[in-house]
Design a protein around this ligand. Sequence first.
Ligand SMILES: Nc1ncnc2c1ncn2[C@@H]1O[C@H](COP(=O)(O)OP(=O)(O)OP(=O)(O)O)[C@@H](O)[C@H]1O
Ligand SMILES: [Mg+2]
Length: 505
Amino acid sequence: MSNEYAVEMRDITKKFGGLIAADSVSFKVKPGEIHALCGENGAGKSTLMNVLTGKFLASSYSGEILLNGNKVKINSPKDAKKEKITIVHQELELIPDLSIAENIFLGNQPTTATGVNWKKMNAEAQDILEKFSLNLNVKTKIKYLTVGQQQLVEIAKAIYLGGNVLILDEPSAPLTGREIDFLLATLEKLKKTGISIIYITHRLEEVFKLSDRVSVMRDGKMIDTFSTKEINVEELVAAMIGRKMENMYPDMDTEVGDVTLEISNYSVPHPLYDTNIVEDASMKFRAGEVVGISGLLGAGRTELMSAVIGAYKMKGNGTVKLNGKEVKFNSPAAAIKAGIGYVTEDRKMTGLILNQSIRFNVSMASLSRIIEHGVLSPSKEKVIVNELKDGLHIKTENIENPVSSLSGGNQQKVVLAKWLATKPGVLILDEPTRGVDVGARFEIYMIIKELAAQGNTIIIISSDLPEIIGISNRVYVMYEGKVHGELLKDELGEDSIMRYATGIA
Ligand SMILES: Nc1ncnc2c1ncn2[C@@H]1O[C@H](COP(=O)(O)OP(=O)(O)OP(=O)(O)O)[C@@H](O)[C@H]1O
Ligand SMILES: [Mg+2]
């Protein structure tokens, strides 16, 4: 038997109840290749990888798995590990209250006769971080890291664990320019050692930068596998969504009105050190505007906006005015009441209650709109939630299903629906399309533009440069906690943003 393929999945069919998440899927990966796996939210990408990495008992699906030409049964994550398959899951799996080092060596700690060998563990962990150019102290608890840093720790851990097959399920979603470039360069290097890398992403530019081949899934089926060199972005998108897409960003002019939110000389103390994580930031936002906030990981974007609305663990100092009146929010609930919605960066931690229904999650921030004469109106609630479900194309049969049953991108749409339901005058979106597929992204951009056209203010924090350029009227760029530049529509470009974001300009 030839060993042309490191991994061969044959006719995999996996059902969840009546739903066919993988429908007779075949997928082959060569040794030493980077193989991108693309498809819309809910297409079945994570399910296929979960099959390969032992999340499900082999008896719960049909089909065969071959590794280097040999048939194997993978019944558990342990089996996958034995077969030298490593995965970085779409949702972060680190334990917040343990240190970086403890997380890296979880279940695998070096020991002495009397217990864990802390010294050895910490030293080795520090070594791994350094190899990965991560400037963090390994004794820091995971919960003090940003989502992007957590992701880098997970990737460093996976690469350190090694194996013959490395699967990354949307690894770049929380990362920004420099970190992504570093990740891609690291994977290029790794590939040369002969291992196979399966790379799931919704950022199509990464597919073209990185992959040798790309496979596309749609509605649980494997549509095709292409050599990346032989396909262009339009063809790839067409394979993913089953039709041609004319435009990535809606073209819509909005009328700009008065200043709604104004932040002046605003600083936020660092939670751990005796410095400011945001320093003397001033920004103005007007009705009818979509304003982007750009910057690298750790530039202070999320800290600034979450402190302003009372969602950050540290209190900020400075002036915040809403429609000309000075305001101070001690909690996001107070901000919502005043008409500011905030879509959080980290849906698992702060955005959603996963085991509750879609209906519950969507309506929980807007109960005041759904309550009639002091009682919750279930019929009104259903109408509002169903409208948003249809508008955002949330892929589910029933809004009573738990959020945990949705694919990652569809969970993100639920977060967005929750805030849209509050009808905020000012809507702050922190990485709103993270993990969202191209088709749904366009729908979200349309909604953003429509909200702006209705006179609302939209503030969008995004690490996706094409997105922030495509959708914003204006962009503030932050660098090391400071507002480092402001770019108007006709000055917007990847170069101009990166110059400010890296402190060159
Ligand atoms: N544990 C589960 N229970 C029920 N349904 C599930 C479960 N996991 C996934 N599904 C369903 O299977 C289908 C495929 O989901 P999957 O997570 O594989 O999609 P995906 O391609 O990874 O999407 P995304 O890009 O949004 O991450 C979806 O319809 C999803 O709702
Ligand atoms: Mg997925």
